[in-house]
Ligand binder design. Structure first.
Ligand SMILES: Nc1ncnc2c1ncn2[C@@H]1O[C@H](COP(=O)(O)OP(=O)(O)OP(=O)(O)O)[C@@H](O)[C@H]1O
Length: 254
């Protein structure tokens, strides 16, 4: 079956004064995939995401999200997407349950905190404040908040930065479950193992340009077919495998 684009970006340009941060990029994100935007610091990933999310104005180009243009239909796009907030977005005196109720009220959506916290294995933390959570729990909570309005697409900007290996792998499982339940996921990450494991397709952004877009497997196969070889024999396990083997795979609550 042909892949249906849910996001189409054409010739997108973003200048900050004299500085060109995004230099005419074009790509599509398909409905139901996990799509990764990869690239070095300052490549233009966050700028691109924020334009798609209607949080930032573009200089030129076209961006269509689920059939709606960022130029004319920003409100319709906002209703259809979920964006992960950074910590500063959460009122410090409210507990998780109260925060979810607040978000439901803002969206005008009738959901229970338990229903949302269950999705991210945080029901036992319903009465805790956000600042009392571990790093992995914070990320899971912020992902739960992106799902409140039943979005067709969620955007996760470096969701696993700073997490331990268990928390990172558990978050990958959660992100896959979200994809499998029909939500398209757009993610940025600096971890190439994460992109390889998690993303259905990735785009490499460098200096405001897209320099490659494909499935991780196809990228790797092409590189190998071109004659590339790693210098050292790859070991059958790595230190992360040792870490997981010694400390287990379960959610950590510490
Ligand atoms: N508000 C702004 N005003 C001026 N320049 C900006 C602004 N926001 C971003 N930039 C510049 O635009 C370029 C792209 O930034 P952007 O945050 O999109 O990169 P990124 O790929 O997300 O990087 P990172 O991986 O570090 O998050 C950078 O050189 C940055 O300094």
């Amino acid at each position: 079956m042909a892949k249906q684009p849910i996001i189409t970006v054409k010739n997108l340009v973003k200048n900050y004064g004299d500085f060109a941060a995004v230099k005419g990029i074009s790509f599509e994100v398909y409905d139901g995939e996990i799509f990764g935007l990869l690239g070095p610091n300052g490549a233009g990933k966050t700028t691109t995401l924020e334009i798609i999310e209607t949080l930032r104005n573009k200089t030129s180009g076209d961006v269509i999200v689920d059939g709606f243009s960022v130029d004319h239909d920003a409100a319709a796009i906002k209703q259809r997407i979920g964006v992960q907030l950074q910590a500063a977005g959460y009122y410090p005196n409210l507990n998780l349950s109260e925060l979810i109720k607040l978000f439901c009220g803002l969206y005008g959506i009738d959901k229970t905190p338990t229903e949302m916290l269950e999705k991210v294995a945080l029901t036992d933390k319903a009465k805790s404040k956000y600042k009392e959570l571990s790093g992995g729990q914070k990320q899971r909570f912020s992902i739960a908040t992106t799902l409140i309005n039943n979005p067709k697409i969620i955007f996760l900007d470096e969701p696993t930065t700073g997490l331990d290996p268990q928390a990172r792998r558990n978050l990958w499982d959660l992100i896959r479950e979200i994809r499998d339940s029909g939500t398209t996921v757009v993610i940025t990450t600096h971890y190439m193992d994460e992109a390889e494991e998690l993303c259905d397709r990735v785009a490499f952004v460098d200096g405001g340009h897209i320099v490659g877009i494909d499935t991780p497997n196809h990228f790797i196969d092409e590189l190998v077919a071109s004659g590339f070889e790693r210098k050292k024999q790859v070991k059958l396990a790595n230190l992360e495998d040792v870490f997981i083997n010694l400390t287990g795979k379960e959610w950590r609550e510490g």
